[in-house]
Design a binder for this molecule. Structure first.
Ligand code: GLU
Length: 485
């Protein structure tokens, strides 16, 4: 195989979403596996819908994921330009060639006529394709008409009765009947190219060897093959990736939760989780590995292991995987990652003199085993940074009455007072267990833990006490006692 050159060609008409990120990743993994180049090209010919802010989002999202292109609009490359709007001269040359050679023609039907034709065909249960009578119009006559008529587009003169066959690297041989394609449109004007035409010119200009894209593009491939033939371009290899489906097996959409990469970032997923998770959307290494590094993914990637059926997007698995990656971080690294989330939640600028870095690290170490998304840190760890707010009822363990709760809290206050700082969780545990003796653990420890955290579920009381320290722990017991008095 020659050195692969692959590309993604997103339109900057929305933020980078999971589907494009998956296509980018598979292209990237394939390129890296075989020492090739991964190109990012921007399809911005739809001037009305394209926006530079979306382009910036696509660049940023890929950078965050670490799916770095070798060539792109930002850094250029040997086959510039990397934006369609900057390649106009090439499109004009190619379209003139097709017009001159009679493989493309001007169509003067109005939009209203085409809509009516489509409706009529669909009403008669026939494929809504347009076989255009203008294909037979004399080329010179057509040229003259373009000067007076406003409503025209340029179409490809699809050959009739042809079987178009290509080998898809994932799906095997696919075959199409040219009579079902119709005379498809390729440009609105000489200098306003449309997708199927522009993509073929771009791929050729950039020496693209493999077109790896979503399966929704399969119907475009025979059209593109006809254009490639008419322009005497080189035919690339094709690989069409399976659709990404929601748990209800319908095409993944906003309905299934966040689909834009930036939303996942804001929710506190780690980029390495997303890359690992996305890699498994339709591909597997062929063994039971699930947690795989960038390098392992590159080494294991192959088209043979890509499935044909739709890939289900399972958020539960994503959350599980993120938890695994979170647990694999060092406490220092995780602390740096969660600090922005913590600060946003608390409205603080931690670390500060009340809560130095070492304190925060102890909190994070305690929360790390349970954390699934970085953004959860705010509500999970809030009580380490401000006194908890809770109802008195939370202090009640099973059937304890109010006076029993009060006794329990007073006992805890005494024990806390009796332990010398610095204390370790073991010191704290030893002191409390000695006090409990043969008595009920719950009666002493539940009110204590509730008073410290204000929550039903939290890390154990000894760990919390150790992080909070003697003063804060004592104050919180005091507050709980007040609630019961
Ligand atoms: N703009 C198209 C898309 O993002 C490109 C398709 C292609 O790769 O040919 O779906």
């Amino acid at each position: 195989m020659s050195t692969p050159r692959v590309r993604i060609a997103p339109s900057p008409t929305g933020n980078l979403h999971i589907g494009t990120a998956r296509t980018a990743l598979f292209n990237y993994l394939f390129a890296k596996r075989y020492g090739g180049s991964f190109v990012l090209r921007i399809e911005d010919t739809d001037l009305l819908r394209s926006d530079r802010k979306y382009e910036a989002d696509i660049f940023e999202g890929l950078r965050w994921l670490g799916i770095l292109p070798d060539e792109c609009p930002e850094q250029g490359g040997p086959f510039a330009p990397y934006r369609q709007t900057e390649r106009m001269a090439d499109y004009v040359i190619a379209i003139k060639k097709l017009l001159t050679e009679g493989t493309a023609f001007y169509c003067f039907h109005s939009e209203a006529e085409l809509v009516a034709e489509r409706q009529q065909l669909m009403g008669a249960k026939r494929p809504p394709i347009h076989m255009c009578e203008f294909r037979a119009l004399d080329a010179r006559e057509a040229e003259i008409l373009t000067e007076t008529k406003q409503d025209y587009i340029i179409r490809f003169k699809t050959p009739l009765g042809r079987k178009i066959v290509f080998h898809d690297l994932i799906r095997g041989e696919l075959s199409f009947d040219s009579d079902l394609l119709g005379d498809f449109s390729i440009a609105k004007r000489i200098d306003v190219p449309l997708y199927n035409f522009a993509v073929v010119v771009d791929d050729y200009a950039m020496h693209i060897t493999h077109v790896i894209r979503g399966e929704d593009h399969i119907p475009n491939t025979p059209k593109q093959l006809l254009l490639i033939e008419a322009l005497s371009f080189v035919v690339p290899e094709y690989a069409h990736l399976p659709l990404i489906l929601g748990p209800d097996r319908s095409k993944l959409s906003k309905r299934h939760g966040a689909t834009s990469i930036i939303d996942y970032k804001n929710a506190g997923y780690l980029p390495e989780t997303l890359v690992n998770f996305i890699a498994l959307l339709g591909w597997s290494p062929g063994d039971d590995r699930e947690i795989m590094s960038h390098r392992e993914l590159i080494a294991a990637f192959s088209f043979e292991k890509i499935q044909k059926s739709g890939a289900i997007f399972d958020v539960k698995k994503l959350d599980w995987m993120n938890g695994e990656y979170i647990r694999a971080k060092s406490v220092s690294e995780l602390t740096e990652l969660v600090l922005p989330f913590l600060n946003t939640h608390l409205g603080l600028a931690l670390p500060n003199s009340d809560f130095p870095k070492e304190y925060i690290k102890r909190v994070i170490a305690l929360e790390q085993p349970r954390l699934k998304k970085l953004a959860e840190i705010g509500s999970a760890a809030e009580y380490f940074f401000r006194p908890p707010v809770y109802e008195k009822e939370l202090l009640r363990w099973k059937m304890m009455d109010d006076s029993a709760i009060l006794t329990s809290l007073n006992r805890s206050a005494e024990i806390i007072n009796s332990i010398a700082e610095p204390w370790s969780p073991t010191d704290v545990e030893r002191a409390f267990l000695a006090a409990i003796g043969e008595g009920s653990k719950g009666e002493l420890l539940w009110p204590l833990r509730a008073a410290m955290s204000g929550r039903k579920i939290s890390p154990g009381p000894f760990e919390i006490l150790t992080v909070l320290g003697k003063d804060k722990s004592g104050c919180r017991i005091g507050e709980a006692i007040k609630k019961c008095s």
